[in-house]
Design a protein around this ligand. Structure first.
Ligand SMILES: [Zn+2]
Length: 393
């Protein structure tokens, strides 16, 4: 209902939803504050300087990666404000409210794809990854890697999984839409990462961490979207694709970075000996929204949003979505522009599992997350997609 085209419906849904969270605000605040205190205590017991430092230590990631991400996004936040204004214009609204953010901007394309057509489209889009990648993936599709359709008792969603010594599997609930084509490309990215890593690494080094996992999947989506945009002659279809892309940026880069900033602030407060309360959590969250979503009419309800984000109980995790996405954009742009040399590095990365720390692996692939460059470039791409979409209006 939050996605309803009827403004009254989504407004009511939004208010009802947050109304219920509000009625539990003291309880949920207390559980979150306890979780934050636990993070800070464990970090101190292990002689880290902060909970954030303890968390990035596990991936051997430097604090600067976390901080660079926040700084770059803050520096470029006017791009998100432009997107908000773009959304307001498309929706023909006098002002944009928080509950207007969930509505699809462009109605679903009426095109339906058979699974065979989807697979063909994906393989065409992934052509820049070279003949071997295509052959290996096609071989997998033809040989039972994928459970394609919805079925009685089958779990929802989509994912890829692998067992060392055997080929990966992909679970889909293919429903013939363009989104399903992207999902296939995404999961194929994970599957090929697993396939190459398992084939090239000894058992102990074969699995890769979350930090690098979404690079392989998102990169495929990026290549596919570029391919589809290049070959589309229909403005409505182009706008749909661009909007899909813009929403990916908004929800993966901007939103997750705002979450990352919230986590950083609330942990710092506890570490500085400042108490957190339901009011202070709401205030911190509201202030962040004011900065990130300038141009949207803020309401009181949004200050409760922190209470519905389960990831906060697994602190300093979500920034990896934003850095992974940025790395994928940087690498796919590199492969498209510079070709062979970049491609070979990227394929070597796909074969490297967890043989080194994630930042090192990404460096071999050709992107240095220790510098602000990849996130800056990624945001530049967001600006370019926004320019294109604005022109098509
Ligand atoms: Zn994924």
């Amino acid at each position: 209902m939050l996605q309803s085209q009827n403004r009254e419906v989504r407004k009511n849904a939004y208010n009802q939803l947050y109304g219920v969270y509000k009625s539990f605000r003291n309880t949920i605040a207390q559980t979150l504050i306890n979780s934050v205190k636990k993070d800070c205590l464990l970090a101190r017991l292990r002689k880290h300087n902060s909970a954030l430092e303890a968390s990035v230590f596990a991936d051997n990631v430097d604090l600067s990666v976390y901080n660079n991400l926040i700084n770059s996004v803050r520096k470029n936040i006017s791009l998100l404000h432009r997107y908000v204004e773009f959304r307001r214009q498309v929706m023909k609204l006098p002002e944009l409210q928080m509950y207007d953010l969930y509505v699809p901007l462009v109605s679903e394309l009426n095109k339906a794809y058979t699974y065979q057509e989807a697979a063909k489209l994906m393989l065409d889009g992934l052509a820049p990854l070279g003949e071997k990648y295509l052959q290996d993936l096609k071989g997998g599709l033809d040989n039972g890697w994928v459970d394609v359709y919805e079925n009685k008792g089958k779990t929802s969603g989509a994912y890829s999984t692998g067992t060392y010594g055997y080929h990966p599997y992909i679970l889909l609930n293919f429903n013939h839409t363009i989104n399903d084509v992207f999902t296939l490309a995404h999961e194929a990215g994970h599957a090929m990462h697993t396939f190459y890593s398992h084939n090239n690494q000894p058992y102990r080094n074969a699995s890769y961490t979350i930090f690098v996992a979404e690079v392989a999947s998102t990169l495929n989506e990026n290549l596919l979207i570029k391919h589809l945009l290049a070959k589309s002659t229909d403005n409505k279809e182009k706008l749909y694709l661009l909007n899909y892309n813009l929403e990916q940026f908004r929800t993966t880069v901007f939103r997750q970075t705002m979450f990352a900033e919230f986590e950083k602030i609330i942990h710092q407060k506890i570490e500085e000996g400042i108490s957190l309360t339901p009011d202070s959590l709401c205030e911190i969250y509201y202030e962040l929204n004011k900065f990130y979503y300038q141009g949207v009419q803020l309401d009181d309800e949004i200050s409760m949003e922190w209470s519905r984000i389960p990831h906060f109980y697994n602190a300093f995790y979500v920034y990896k979505y934003a850095t992974g996405f940025s790395a994928a954009v940087a690498l796919s742009n590199g492969i498209l522009k510079e070709g062979q040399e970049k491609l070979e590095k990227y394929l070597a990365f796909l074969s490297s599992g967890g043989k080194d720390y994630p930042i090192e692996l990404l460096k071999y692939a050709g992107v240095d997350m220790g510098t602000p460059q990849p996130v800056d470039d990624c945001l530049k791409s967001f600006g370019e997609s926004l320019d294109l979409a604005t022109k098509l209006l």
